[in-house]
Design a binder for this molecule. Structure first.
Ligand code: SF4
Ligand code: SF4
Length: 106
């Protein structure tokens, strides 16, 4: 797949519209707190917080997402992003699910 993440951003939207999105390790919790980003506890997990999102794909998005889904966008903490984001692969099933949920072409 040859998707351009910098004009997509669909996987940074929380499809379920909740208060926390990306699961964090203990070290990442400390890193996010140093970056002054909210960390949310949910069912024993620690998650990077979300914010209100009025664009495509869901009602909340990761608090570090900047720009618009389907238009120029970025991760504000790209060098420091959590391991879950680093492991997420362009063109994967999850990628295509997120794009489809946002109404972006597959
Ligand atoms: S959904 Fe896929 S193409 Fe879009 S930003 Fe995420 S990894 Fe990139
Ligand atoms: S940390 Fe960055 S890459 Fe990960 S979901 Fe948030 S904005 Fe997207």
């Amino acid at each position: 797949m040859d998707y351009d993440c910098q004009t997509c951003g669909a996987c940074c939207v929380d499809y379920f519209g909740t208060e926390g999105y990306i699961q964090l390790t203990s070290a990442e919790v400390e890193r996010m707190r140093r970056l002054a980003l909210p960390v949310v506890r949910w069912q024993g997990q620690l998650l990077l917080g979300t914010r209100r999102h009025d664009g495509l794909g869901g009602e909340t998005c990761c608090v570090a997402f900047v720009g618009e889904v389907g238009r120029p966008c970025a991760c504000a903490i790209h060098p420091d992003r959590p391991s879950a984001c680093r492991a997420f692969e362009v063109g994967s099933e999850g990628c295509r699910f997120a794009r489809e949920a946002a109404g972006l072409p597959l």
